[in-house]
Ligand binder design. Structure first.
Ligand code: FES
Length: 566
């Protein structure tokens, strides 16, 4: 007996009326109201997950990208059907966009699983959207092509170039220090984000686009094409055509997430000097495929992977420079011996073939192996009595003179406490102290904000202090810089040792030994633990589900029930 092939196109995934023929008759009746011909309705269906939103300015070009994807699908003989999903833009969500990444993943997974789609093009870009879409596609098992909106362009401003958002932070720090006045900060505000697209530096959006491309979900060059370039529309058209190839040769998204491809993603992340957030997102993506992302593996790769890309926040250039310099193909060509070149993309083409011989390279932006920005990778994992589950330091954006340091802790109980006291001139703080923020992890009501880049206390900033060691259980924007230790696990709200740290404690950081230790004796810690209680659970809704289900940062801060079974 032969198996009946699964229904395709609009015949797939019929609504459950107890009469499949009736369900399909009803579906055809309704889709006819859209004016399609019989020939069109008989084609394979390519869904387009459309994240246009007036509250996502990074995705302002999503409508024209969707139209270009449709062009590609139609030309290849398919029926493109776009549908909306949740869209997340960093500055528009409270408490944080991170708090809603898993909701977007859940929404997208449900729509991919429910609708009659033979394959899908995922239109993402802003930080949390790409990981959410990949997590969703892996869990839904629907063949998926990732398309990103692309980075915004840097714009000339008073003798320099500006783009969101490393420059946002640089000018804000200068404003806090009294070096920039009210009039100039107002002019800067209007000059940071002047085109559509994602942040124009190697922040989280650009890092995740690169990772999605290296994993094989889109062509390598498509990761960095500027949002406003005509090639971005051609990439969208090509994404539609690629989705049609997946109809003929389906590939489960999970098949692209393997120990080898995760290694490739980590090497790329390190060589880019990419965002710390990518470690959390990659762990979540791996978790959906039933794999764990080992921070010790990140550490091992970090010691042999140089930083080669000279972009802000760790260097000088912008994403448009990276693209013009040859982009990912040039970078990966330099890293060939560190990569698993056999790892396939959606078309089954090995990474080594995709890299090929780049036609042009500007090695001022993408350095040669013999002339790196840094001889070792941009990120390191730390363990120790303050972070038994691990923590992350962006070494490439940190101050080397602080790498081996013991200091007095100045502890803030949460974001409100931080806001209340950090600029108080009576705060007892010196540049040698270590600023500690707790209760800002994934389980906390704060929602793991990008607040790990604690501001330098105003009185120290005015005295010229540019950097201090800062420790927290939250995240840092991929566009920020400084000696900031992030993602401390377990977090304070989960009762990790961070919850027990108090002002005056001694803390020791050793990047050489990969250690982060709270130098407090066991009896004192036991007494503090007896007095500790967890934060109250939110009463209902999404917040309640997050508080009950969210995992720690090393597990991707995914919800436990959404990870792969087994
Ligand atoms: Fe959307 Fe930076 S705010 S990518």
């Amino acid at each position: 007996m032969t198996d009946t092939p699964a229904p395709k196109g609009l015949a797939a995934r019929a609504a459950n009326y107890g009469d499949r023929a009736f369900a399909l008759y009803l579906r055809r009746s309704f889709i006819r109201s859209a004016g399609y011909s019989d020939a069109m309705l008989g084609r394979p269906v390519i869904g387009i997950a459309d994240t246009r939103s007036d509250l996502n300015s990074c995705h302002r070009t999503a409508p024209e990208l969707v139209e270009a994807v449709k062009r590609g699908v139609l030309a290849a003989g398919g029926l493109p059907l776009a549908f909306p999903t949740i869209s997340l833009c960093e500055p528009f969500l409270a408490p944080t966009s991170m708090h809603y990444r898993n909701l977007m993943a859940l929404d997208t997974e449900a729509m991919l699983s429910a609708q009659p789609l033979d394959a899908v093009v995922l239109v993402g870009g802003c930080d949390k959207t790409v990981p959410a879409q990949l997590m969703a596609a892996i869990s839904a098992g629907v063949p998926a092509v990732q398309l990103v909106v692309g980075p915004m362009s840097a714009m000339r401003f008073e003798g320099e170039r500006l783009s969101a958002c490393t420059d946002c932070r640089r000018f804000w720090a200068a404003y806090r220090a009294g070096e920039v006045d009210e009039a100039k900060i107002a002019r800067v505000e209007g000059a940071l984000a002047t085109t559509a697209g994602t942040c124009g530096v190697m922040g989280t959006a650009s890092t995740m686009a690169a990772i999605a491309a290296v994993l094989g979900f889109m062509p390598l060059e498509a990761a960095s094409i500027p949002a406003v370039h005509a090639d971005r529309l051609r990439a969208a058209e090509a994404a539609g055509a690629q989705a049609m190839r997946l109809v003929a040769r389906p590939v489960a998204p999970a098949a692209l997430v393997t120990p080898a491809s995760l290694d490739n993603a980590l090497v790329t992340l390190l060589a880019l000097g990419g965002s710390t957030n990518a470690v959390v997102h990659l762990a979540a993506i791996a978790g959906r495929a039933g794999l764990a992302l080992d921070l010790k593996r990140l550490d091992a790769l970090s010691d042999r992977t140089p930083v080669l890309v000279d972009l802000k926040p760790t260097g000088e250039g912008y994403m448009e420079d990276f693209h013009a310099a040859g982009g990912l193909r040039v970078l990966l060509h330099e890293l060939r011996d560190l990569l698993h070149l056999e790892a396939p993309d959606l078309d089954g083409v090995p990474l080594g073939t995709r890299i090929g011989a780049p036609p042009f390279a500007d090695h001022r932006v993408i350095r040669r192996r013999g002339d790196p920005v840094s001889p070792v990778g941009g990120l390191v994992a730390l363990y120790g009595s303050l972070a038994p589950g691990g923590a992350i330091l962006k070494r490439a954006a940190a101050t080397p003179s602080l790498f081996e340091h013991e200091g007095r802790a100045i502890v803030f109980d949460g974001l409100e406490d931080l806001a209340r006291r950090i600029d108080d001139d009576s705060l007892d703080v010196t540049p040698a102290d270590i600023l500690v923020l707790k209760n800002a992890g994934p389980r906390s009501p704060a929602g793991m904000p990008e607040a790990g880049h604690l501001p330098i206390p105003r009185k120290l900033a005015r005295a010229g202090v540019k950097d201090m060691i800062r420790i927290s259980d939250c995240r840092m924007s991929g566009t920020a810089f400084g000696t900031t230790i992030l993602h401390v696990a377990p977090e304070a709200a989960a009762g990790g040792p961070l919850a027990l740290a108090e002002t005056g404690d001694r803390i020791r950081l050793s990047v050489r030994d990969r250690r982060l230790d709270l130098l407090v004796d066991d009896a004192t810690l036991a007494a503090r633990r007896a007095r500790w209680s967890p934060p109250p659970a939110p009463p209902r809704g999404w917040d309640r589900l997050v508080a009950e289900q969210v995992l720690q940062a090393p597990d991707g801060a995914d919800l436990a029930f959404l990870r792969a079974l087994g």
